[in-house]
Design a protein around this ligand. Structure first.
Ligand SMILES: [Zn+2]
Length: 307
């Protein structure tokens, strides 16, 4: 009897240890990875916002890399492979990512969330894009909050079991965006009345300048092949001279060559690199959306206030 009991216990121990061995076989990382939603965004800024809301329930991937020009981007065969892994896709909309058309056709079952839905749209006044929406709404923290809400809704639809988790993270992130908004208003509010003109390469700052009561001037409305014509350069040279503007700026995704022509003709300085269509690499000054906003204000202020 004792022998039988011993065998039974032995078998039980083997069974338990076998079970334990089996569960340990899948590493926690593997289990998590298979549970996570893969969220594909068209560019780095949206991918960062999606990562903030999604936390450890998602893998957030950006199709374009830091520094990429995102208006006229051409998807690569690799991008199509990335897209095929997506459970959900996030795009800005407002004519920014017309290049995703083919890519989206290759993943017809993947839901696409347009994060700018519901923003207060500003329209482009001139050039080939006159009358079209200006797509750079994320440069206004106030509009950025609408992006966060659209992201929260999209992720919740994709993984309703994490509804509370996404809601809590979206709320905490929105508070941080509001805090940056307050900071930017205070900082940019200190620029003197006669020194509140932001001159950039692309007209990508309309939302920011209207939020913080700055005047906006730019070489061209939207990055495209026709940027930097002699007429565009002549117009800005005239403005910089007439308003005695101390510094002009260009963006990280654009060659500053044309703005240097303005510098050479006017004596204004090149005030630094602004980040608008892309985050910086991780070790740079604009590695997150929140850092990007703060860096924008710092760069404008130091450009326009130092002589
Ligand atoms: Zn742009």
């Amino acid at each position: 009897m004792n022998k039988n009991l011993l065998i039974a216990v032995f078998v039980l121990i083997i069974a338990i240890s076998g079970y334990v061995a089996f569960t340990n076989y899948q590493s926690p990382e593997d289990t998590e990875a298979s549970d996570k939603i893969t969220a594909l965004s068209t560019f780095t800024i949206i991918a960062d916002m999606v990562a903030e809301v999604g936390g450890d329930k998602i893998n957030s991937i950006s199709l374009t890399k830091p520094g990429a020009e995102i208006h006229g981007y051409q998807p690569t065969p690799d991008d199509l492979v990335q897209a095929s892994k997506a459970d959900i896709m996030f795009e800005n909309g407002m004519n920014l990512e017309v290049w995703t058309e083919k890519l989206r056709a290759s993943i017809p079952d993947v839901p696409v969330v347009r994060v700018s839905t519901g923003v207060e749209v500003q329209y482009i006044a001139e050039d080939a894009y006159a009358g079209k929406p200006n797509p750079h709404a994320w440069m206004s923290p106030e509009q950025g909050l609408i992006y966060v809400e659209n992201i929260r809704k999209g992720l919740t639809a994709a993984a309703p079991e994490h509804e509370q988790y996404f809601a809590a993270r979206a709320a905490a992130y929105s508070d941080k965006i509001r805090a940056v908004d307050t900071k930017l208003a205070a900082a940019l509010g200190q620029l003197p009345e006669n020194n509140r003109v932001l001159v950039t390469c692309e007209g990508a700052f309309s939302y920011l300048t209207s939020d913080y009561n700055l005047e906006e001037e730019y070489l061209w409305a939207i990055n495209s092949e026709s940027q930097g014509s002699p007429q565009q350069v002549a117009k800005i040279i005239e403005v910089v001279k007439a308003k005695n503007i101390p510094a002009v700026f260009c963006e990280s995704t654009v060659e500053p060559r044309i703005q240097q022509e303005v510098v050479a003709a006017t004596g204004a300085r090149l005030g630094g690199v602004l980040f608008v269509d892309s985050l910086s690499p991780a070790d740079g000054p604009a590695s997150t959306y929140l850092n990007l906003l703060e860096h924008t204000a710092d760069t404008i202020i130091s450009g326009l206030t130092t002589n």
